[in-house]
Design a protein around this ligand. Structure first.
Ligand SMILES: *Cc1c(COP(=O)(O)O)cnc(C)c1O
Length: 361
């Protein structure tokens, strides 16, 4: 099976662990003796109940979340959270702090503003084309929350550690680095992540909300846009994206049982990042686009001497079974997304290809 699979550097939807895909295949026609596919059973059945509850428990164990955190599986992508977070969590007369570190933060800010919410953009790296993570930020005392994007998928930057916000809860878009490393959950009031980068297929968004944040949810919101609706219904107010949740469950199981948790996952991710940045730093042919202390361990962005060569690089890589290396259409250049499911072996193949390509040119 492995032989004809591509070395997958897609930014999202992205690679999934091969053992997970094999498990899905093996039980696809007859899920645990039910005589049905998991895509055919009721979301009210004992089979799906077990799936969603197991997925929730695994999220809690992997992230070491206390019982005052609720784990939800929602729809609408991370983009829906850009609107839901301010709608639910900024009360009348309050404002929220946002740090603008790229395309996704810019969208999050806009979605809060169009609702008439007061947004303080307390820091931005737009002055240098979002190539760094701002430091020494003054946050607003009494703000509803501080919004951060932990990893900037398009620009290739990542918060190495989270800032001290003076007790103001952080609301964080972790779409492209959730489960890639451990962190202290106590800083966060809300975490959200579209699944399709690091934990599953498109169609489901993982949302983690702290109990006290629920007190802010206004009564008069539509049910589908209220966090409290999904907390009280175990994410099943309406039909959830069953197959996406099931795939996430298997990825989370792989993370716990095969990888051995987030400390191990982080070690592997650091090693992958190190060998890739090493070839970029030690070869005049390649130039990393993010400042060194802001570099992402998930999305490695780089340029070649010309756009012509970049095109050639992406095409020749593909001929050699390495796919998904084109940078985001808004920025150009090249990008290797090396999420959890992309192994060191795959990154090593890329590194060898990069060395050889540079040598030939
Ligand atoms: C991909 C991505 C998004 C958008 O996610 P959707 O699920 O497509 O809405 C938002 N934020 C970050 C950081 C992303 O990487």
């Amino acid at each position: 099976m492995k032989e004809n699979r591509m070395h997958n550097f897609n930014a999202g939807p992205a690679a999934l662990p091969l053992p997970v895909l094999e498990e899905i295949r093996d039980e696809f026609l007859n899920y645990k003796g039910s005589g049905m596919s998991i895509t055919e059973v009721s979301h009210r059945s004992k089979w799906f109940d077990e799936v969603i509850n197991d997925a929730k428990s695994r999220v809690k164990r992997l992230l070491k979340l206390g019982d005052h955190y609720h784990v939800l599986f929602l729809q609408g992508g991370a983009s829906m959270q850009f609107c839901m977070a301010p709608m639910n969590l900024i009360s009348e007369g309050q404002s929220a702090d946002y740090v603008n570190t790229g395309t996704w933060s810019t969208k999050a800010i806009k979605e809060a503003q169009i609702q008439g919410k007061k947004v303080n953009v307390v820091a931005s790296s737009e002055d240098k084309n979002f190539s760094y993570i701002p430091r020494d930020i003054s946050f607003t005392m009494g703000a509803a929350y501080v919004h951060l994007t932990s990893n900037n998928t398009i620009k290739g930057t990542q918060w190495a550690s989270f800032p001290d916000t003076g007790g103001v809860p952080i609301v964080c878009d972790m779409s492209s680095d959730i489960m890639s490393r451990p962190f202290d959950p106590a800083l966060f009031g809300l975490i959200y992540a579209g699944a399709q980068k690091n934990i599953g297929p498109a169609g489901v968004t993982l949302v983690i909300i702290r109990e006290d944040m629920l007190n802010r949810v206004p009564e008069n919101l539509p049910a589908m846009l209220k966090y409290s609706t999904f907390v009280s219904k175990n994410s099943m107010f309406n039909t959830p994206p069953c197959f996406a949740v099931y795939t996430c469950q298997l990825v989370l199981k792989w993370l716990e049982e095969t990888i051995g948790g987030l400390e191990n996952m982080e070690k592997i991710n650091r090693e992958k990042g190190a060998i890739l940045y090493d070839v970029i730093d030690n070869n005049d042919f390649y130039r990393g686009t993010a400042e060194k202390d802001s570099r992402s361990m998930m999305n490695v962005t780089f340029r070649l001497p010309s756009e012509e060569l970049e095109k050639e690089f992406v095409a020749e890589a593909l001929e050699n079974g390495l796919g998904g290396l084109k940078g985001h259409r808004s920025v150009g250049g090249c990008r290797a997304s090396i999420y959890n499911a992309t192994g060191i072996d795959t990154v090593s193949v890329l590194v060898e290809f990069m060395k050889e390509f540079a040598r030939k040119k």
